[in-house]
Design a protein around this ligand. Structure first.
Ligand code: CP3
Length: 334
């Protein structure tokens, strides 16, 4: 099987010769060739210049030949398109301004023409498709509504859920429309798979997740039209596995603190599973990485529908030889 056949088959729970493998945040600062480009360009400029974004997306694949390439971008371009200014301060992470603090601030949000607003992302995807062999799948992505709302409200989602639930629902609804159209156009540009990052949604209780996060994952997927497989990721998901399995996605991406045995038991044959090596494991040695990856491979043996990945993004200080050990162990799996 080639990478694209293998990846799509795993998403759809069809038999594969071996599980496909890629890493969340596989393009980034652990790579010397990324740091080299980053010396002369700022992060937002890199994302918004299709030639650079394309080159950076290809860097990990050129080294390790993972089974998929994820487009180099960021989830926070959605809030930016909705009217918040996005900046990254060195070593501080992202900043969005003006902040959305109270319902009256919602009127400042802009209506988004998703086809225009994110054209740089679609151009990068099209460029990637032209440079890659046809048998390598490209992953497009977006933040999911709750995680985007988390950043848009300056992490004050608890206040909004308690004080202004009705207005918070309308914010989440507005974000869902943008996300759905955004991923639809990524597919139109050539993305073979879409991943929605709901990184922060798993911090909610199950009840709050069901009320404020789940309906908007569903809505985004519906508006995206579901032409390609969808993967949904949350960073703490052990209490919401059944909800995620029913959200309309084809693959649920599991964090490192959710036991794979439990995930397999609860998800059963409903959807495929992605994950979940702890990114910290890749800070050790190639020997340890091989051992842990082999352990995961033996757990999922015999189950159709598994994509090997980390449980969260690659860490900046990850040694190159540990990434290699991870990918190669999966490639040699039988
Ligand atoms: O996976 C990939 O290789 C594709 C690129 C990608 C980036 N961000 C590049 C990036 C993806 C898929 C993301 C998703 C993203 N962005 C998420 C969801 C996934 C997750 O990790 O939970 C979130 C929450 C963000 C928002 C974001 N972007 C934060 C909080 C930060 C700062 C923290 C950090 O890692 O520096 C970013 C910056 C960012 N996004 C970088 C990269 C490569 C670092 C930029 C740099 O070079 O300085």
């Amino acid at each position: 099987m080639n990478s694209k056949e293998r990846f799509l088959a795993a998403c759809r729970r069809k038999p594969v010769d071996r599980p496909p493998v890629w890493l969340m945040r596989q393009a980034g600062r652990y790579l010397p060739e990324y740091r080299h480009i980053r010396e002369n360009h700022d992060f937002l400029e890199m994302c918004k210049t299709p030639e650079i974004a394309c080159e950076v997306s290809l860097q990990p694949w050129l080294r390790y030949k993972m089974d998929a390439v994820i487009v180099f971008s960021d989830i926070l371009f959605v809030p930016e398109a909705m009217g918040q200014k996005l900046t990254f301060k060195k070593n501080e992470g992202p900043n969005l301004s003006p902040k959305i603090e109270k319902p009256a601030d919602l009127k400042n949000l802009l209506k988004v023409d998703a086809k225009k607003a994110f054209s740089f992302v679609y151009d990068t995807i099209a460029l990637l498709k032209s440079k890659l062999p046809a048998d390598v799948p490209v992953i497009g992505f977006s933040g999911a509504p709750m995680t985007l709302a988390y950043y848009m409200t300056d992490e004050k989602i608890d206040v909004w859920m308690k004080e202004y639930p009705k207005e918070f629902h309308s914010l989440l609804d507005a974000i869902s429309s943008v996300v759905g159209e955004y991923v639809y156009h990524q597919h139109q540009a050539g993305a073979d798979v879409i991943q929605l990052f709901d990184t922060w949604a798993g911090n909610l209780t199950k009840e709050k997740f069901q009320e404020f996060a789940l309906p908007y994952i569903k809505k985004s997927i519906d508006i995206g039209k579901k032409i390609v497989p969808y993967i949904v990721y949350s960073r703490k998901c052990k209490h919401i596995l059944d909800d995620l399995a029913g959200c309309g996605a084809d693959v649920i991406s599991i964090d490192p603190n959710t036991s794979m045995d439990k995930a397999i038991k609860e998800i059963g044959d409903k959807v495929a599973i992605q994950g979940n090596i702890d990114p910290k494991t890749l800070l050790t040695t190639p020997g340890v990485v091989r051992q842990e990856t082999s352990r995961l491979l033996s757990k999922i043996k015999g189950r159709t529908g598994h994509i090997i990945n980390l449980g969260h993004g690659v860490l900046q200080t990850t040694p190159l030889e540990c990434v290699e050990a991870f990918v190669e162990t999966v490639k040699h799996a039988v």
